[in-house]
Ligand binder design. Sequence first.
Ligand SMILES: C[S@@+](CC[C@H](N)C(=O)[O-])C[C@H]1O[C@@H](n2cnc3c(N)ncnc32)[C@H](O)[C@@H]1O
Length: 213
Amino acid sequence: MVTGPFDHIWDCCCDHGLLGASLLSRKVGKTVHFVDIVEKLIDEVNAKLLRFYPHGAWQTHCLDVSLLPLEKYQGKQLIIIAGVGGDLMMDFVSALVKNHRAAELEFLLCPVYHQYALRQRLIELELGLIDEVLVEDNQRFYEILHLSVYGEALANVHPVGDKLWQANSEEEALRAQRYLHKTLAHYQRIEKGGKVDVREEIAAYSAVCLDNG
Ligand SMILES: C[S@@+](CC[C@H](N)C(=O)[O-])C[C@H]1O[C@@H](n2cnc3c(N)ncnc32)[C@H](O)[C@@H]1O
């Protein structure tokens, strides 16, 4: 989903930096930034990049993602955040959008859980939807959202997803059906626990119409 070209791509919460390294190889960004809050991880990523991409355009940052210094860089910037909870992710996105209103920002988000709450926040922030896809890997499902701060010319983010449920093949239709079933079962379990009110989520996911093309 990263087609670019971008002036700066930020692989946030990069861990071992595999995603950023593959983007460096594909040359879709003029500079690829690797960001993680754990110093030891960033030191390791730095050593690997020096070894395997000595002439590549990359930078490493040991930082909290909410504090990315985007104002120091010009042009189109893509911020990728994957593999952290949607609850943490929504705080990162809110801070970056609020602190960098003038920047040309796109986001590529792949949250672990809390997709509903994340989508509510993206709607509040008026981000525009460029694309969304459902991915199944190792029996786990991931929603990937590609967004832009230039929301007015784009589709709105839907509370539970829209294109996500539109299948172009039988395989995609079955995947969407499995994800919907799993998501509803998750919220029904929470409802049975009686501690959290998830009636809104259950109503929203129950209203999803699977479109088999
Ligand atoms: C499970 S890994 C995700 C790796 C990779 N992005 C992926 O999708 O496979 C989560 C990473 O987020 C980092 N992290 C957690 N909170 C962070 C924060 N506030 N700022 C930057 N990195 C953070 C952790 O140190 C860890 O390396």
